[in-house]
Ligand binder design. Structure first.
Ligand SMILES: NC(=O)c1ccc[n+]([C@@H]2O[C@H](COP(=O)([O-])OP(=O)(O)OC[C@H]3O[C@@H](n4cnc5c(N)ncnc54)[C@H](OP(=O)(O)O)[C@@H]3O)[C@@H](O)[C@H]2O)c1
Length: 214
């Protein structure tokens, strides 16, 4: 598949590496290509371009930007470039406020989520929440003591969720499909939970697993 990634941070880089490893074509879109010079040296098959070029290139898109910039980033990349496409939404609505007792603060309330905000703003795109509640170091080929961890996903379009489930499985995850975009109200705060051991005790190496009865 042709994958367009909007973003240049650790998540964009990690997921781009996973797509390249699995034989996909990847274009990363950023306003500051110089930031990716080292990464490009190690990943010569990837193309670095503007966010609009990356969004136009991708059959499947990844949005991996600062949460408060997510809507602006789609607009900057050209809303038409998102029409009808599956968009993996890795973003968390982290507020510009310090954590409280190791708990991140969000700019959304419990009755809403960033995924829903994106879906309302850009109804022709098919957003699927994924990869938001694990550190970038574990997004591809996660290795943990008790087997593959669980990637919780949701989004309004069932076919888009299936596409993203296939991608996450190819990256080494078990997938738990939580249904429509409303489920992001529960999935996004998993990022808060994931970060508590890190912010409180500098422990960042863990992932969630949904266990079923024996
Ligand atoms: N870090 C993690 O391990 C992790 C794990 C799970 C989920 N997440 C979530 O995934 C997303 C990406 O995280 P990250 O750590 O890779 O990157 P980040 O440092 O949160 O964000 C960097 C990206 O945001 C873009 N950006 C910042 N302000 C912008 C604006 N006003 N308009 C457009 N784009 C803007 C930058 O664009 P340019 O490239 O143009 O500079 C850059 O690509 C975040 O929402 C984060 O909460 C992070």
């Amino acid at each position: 598949m042709k994958i367009g990634i909007i973003g240049s941070g650790v998540v964009a880089q990690s997921l781009a590496g996973g797509f390249l490893k699995n034989g996909h074509e990847v274009t990363l879109g950023t306003s500051s290509p110089a930031k990716l010079a080292d990464w490009q040296g190690k990943n010569p098959k990837a193309r670095i371009a503007s966010s609009a070029e990356a969004a136009a290139f991708g059959e499947v898109l990844v949005l991996a930007v600062k949460g408060h910039a997510a809507i602006a980033a789609v607009k900057a990349a050209g809303v038409k470039n998102f029409d009808g496409k599956t968009v993996i939404d890795t973003n968390n609505p982290i507020a510009d406020k310090p954590p409280v007792d190791g708990v991140l603060q969000f700019f959304t309330s419990g009755g809403d989520s960033l995924l829903e905000q994106l879906q309302r703003e850009f109804p022709n795109a098919k957003f699927v929440k994924a990869f938001n509640s694990v550190g970038s170091a574990f997004m591809v080929d996660p290795k943990f003591q008790n087997g593959p961890p669980t990637m919780f996903i949701c989004g309004n379009d069932a076919a888009a969720r299936k596409t993203v489930a296939g991608i996450a499985e190819s990256f080494g995850w078990d997938v738990a499909d939580m249904g429509t975009a409303t489920a992001a109200r529960a999935i996004e705060p998993l990022c808060m939970l994931w970060c508590i051991p890190g912010l409180a005790r500098n422990e960042w190496s863990h992932a969630f697993k949904l266990l079923k009865p024996a």
